[in-house]
Design a binder for this molecule. Structure first.
Ligand code: C2E
Ligand code: CA
Ligand code: CA
Length: 514
């Protein structure tokens, strides 16, 4: 799998977890807000219906009172009682007309005096209420007629439809309200129909009067809950979004700062955050690049570039150095294989390995895979083994080094002079290269006693007839001193610092000279 894919995968997982966490307040808050809005709308609908019913009850109570006053007059001659009817209309706030009935005939009205028309008792619900779209006097204006009867005498009180419209409009500012009397419905716009409202209403409810035969129906147009949430819950939305952002960012940071250093290393390994830097090794005779040493860096998403001495010892202790080196070799191969034609033939690629990697034969397969990406002889792979960790010779190590040798892999002893590798040790493992530790190179600039120590190490190395690489070369004096004593390969800040692949290949075209 390519380097970029692995790295993106770790980041993508962290990102998707953080996004899920960020969405959590909204996901939990949404049903809560929905439930709150639904409860509120439901109780609001119920209250509007109940309020409208109470008000209509009061209107009809007023009509009933007026009817009670004039009912004893029914049967008397119209000219004697017409004035009383008119004064009742005047004192009753909602009544627009008062009519008298005798023997099934409306015979006297407050509006026109003597009159004659059949009563049509059957059209009154429970003999008490009738909702009409209009009547002979006002055909286009709704009227609610209240009837009170005793024996063959009766009173009809007309309540103007406008009172009902007002009542529906005042109580139905947010909810849709209708009054129904039997099969007649009156709407807030004054329409009177014989059918209930068409279509499904949300939170539909009804409040029936216990005193008169009417009900008030209430409900909302579909989609009201979401609309309500959108209109009224903006601060809550904002709060959930802010909480989500904070939680998401917190989770992202927590993801970066894994609980233990070991977990942090494992996470970083999965995210392919360990990347190779390359430091050139210069051939002092020609001034050209002999090869490079690979130095691991941790490209930490928040800490930046972490140097290896801060994580390699832990990785070694946890056994993670093995998969880390494997991943690093894959990246080095990708960096170099595609640009191998830019390299001088036999270019040395040095990789640091630890003693732990010499206890089985996996390294052979890894080196074989690595070399398979290059034409034979195109590069030379060098494994650098630090002198500080001695390897005990066993059957396995013997086979390991023999098989590596067969592959053409060369072995270098790193930090030479700092450990205790005996001549026997160097012979046992058939070492090819000695890398003289930079602590000796820095002695060149100091007084003669320390220089003497370096000279002894150089003598020993020369007698062993091994390739010598001086590490940590920082000055022209050091270059001169070392080359005079036959050290052929030099590495250090004097030539170049460790760098990523891109600048390495840029400088490779114009290598620095000593
Ligand atoms: P090392 O193998 O001895 O690598 C040389 C170290 O010296 C590098 O340090 C390099 O940056 C530094 N160096 C090079 N030239 C100069 C110079 O002129 N002056 C000074 N002062 N320093 C110079 P770095 O990269 O910090 O690596 C430290 C150590 O970490 C390495 O020492 C090596 O032992 C270990 N290491 C690095 N990468 C790996 C790896 O992939 N696997 C293992 N097992 N160990 C690694
Ligand atoms: Ca090294
Ligand atoms: Ca070294």
């Amino acid at each position: 799998m390519p380097f970029s894919t692995l790295r993106t995968r770790g980041r993508a997982r962290r990102l998707s977890t953080s996004l899920a966490v960020a969405a959590l307040p909204l996901l939990l808050g949404m049903p809560l807000m929905y439930w709150q809005a639904a409860t509120l709308l439901q109780s609001r609908a119920a209250k509007s219906a109940a309020d409208a019913r109470t008000q209509l009850d009061a209107m009809l109570g007023d009509a009933a009172r007026a009817a009670g006053v004039v009912l004893p007059l029914a049967g008397q001659a119209c000219e004697n009682v017409a004035q009383t009817l008119r004064s009742q209309v005047a004192v009753s706030p909602f009544s627009r007309s008062v009519n008298l009935v005798a023997d099934g005939l409306i015979y006297c009205t407050s509006l026109m005096g003597a009159y004659e028309r059949d009563e049509d008792t059957a059209s009154y619900v429970r003999g008490q209420l009738r909702l009409m779209a209009g009547n002979a006097v006002t055909p286009d204006r709704a009227v609610l007629v209240y009837r009170q009867a005793e024996g063959n005498h009766g009173v009809l009180i007309g309540i103007d439809g406008q009172h009902l419209i007002n009542l529906l409009q005042i109580n139905g500012q947010e909810v849709s309200l209708q009054i129904t009397v039997g099969q007649s419905w009156i709407y807030a716009d004054g329409r009177v129909t014989a059918t209930p409202p068409s279509g499904e209403l949300e939170y539909a409810t009804q409040a029936a009067s216990s005193r008169y035969p009417f009900r008030v129906a209430a409900g909302y147009a579909p989609g009201v809950t979401l609309q309500y949430m959108q209109d009224h819950y903006q601060p809550q939305w904002l709060l959930f979004v802010i909480l989500g952002c904070l939680a998401g960012a917190g989770s992202y940071r927590l993801g970066l700062r894994a609980t233990s250093p070991g977990t942090a290393l494992k996470r970083a390994l999965e995210a392919d955050e360990f990347i190779p830097y390359y430091q050139p090794v210069v051939d002092a005779r020609t001034g050209s690049w002999h090869g490079i040493e690979t130095l691991m860096r941790w490209q930490h998403p928040s800490e930046g570039l972490v140097p290896p001495d801060q994580f390699i010892p832990l990785a070694e202790r946890l056994g993670l150095i093995v998969p880390m080196t494997r991943a690093l070799m894959r990246q080095i191969r990708e960096d170099f294989a595609e640009r191998a034609d830019q390299l001088p033939r036999g270019f040395h690629i040095g990789i640091n390995i630890t003693a732990a990697q010499c206890h089985d034969l996996h390294l052979v397969d890894e080196c074989r895979d690595f070399l398979a990406a290059f034409a034979p002889g195109q590069i030379t792979l060098i494994l650098e083994l630090t002198e500080r960790q001695m390897i005990t010779p066993t059957e396995i190590t013997e086979r390991l080094f023999a098989e590596l040798r067969q592959l053409g892999v060369r072995i270098a002893i790193d930090d030479f002079g700092t450990g205790h590798s005996s001549l026997a040790y160097l012979r046992e493992f058939r070492i090819d290269v000695l890398k003289i530790d930079r602590s000796f190179i820095s002695m060149i600039d100091s007084h003669s006693l320390s220089r003497h120590l370096l000279d002894n190490i150089l003598d020993l190395a020369t007698r062993l007839q091994l390739d010598l690489v001086a590490e940590g070369v920082e000055s022209a004096e050091q270059v001169q001193y070392l080359t005079q004593r036959g050290v052929r390969y030099l590495q250090g800040f004097h030539f170049a610092r460790p760098m990523p692949a891109a600048p390495l290949f840029d400088t490779l075209r114009t290598p620095p000279t000593a």
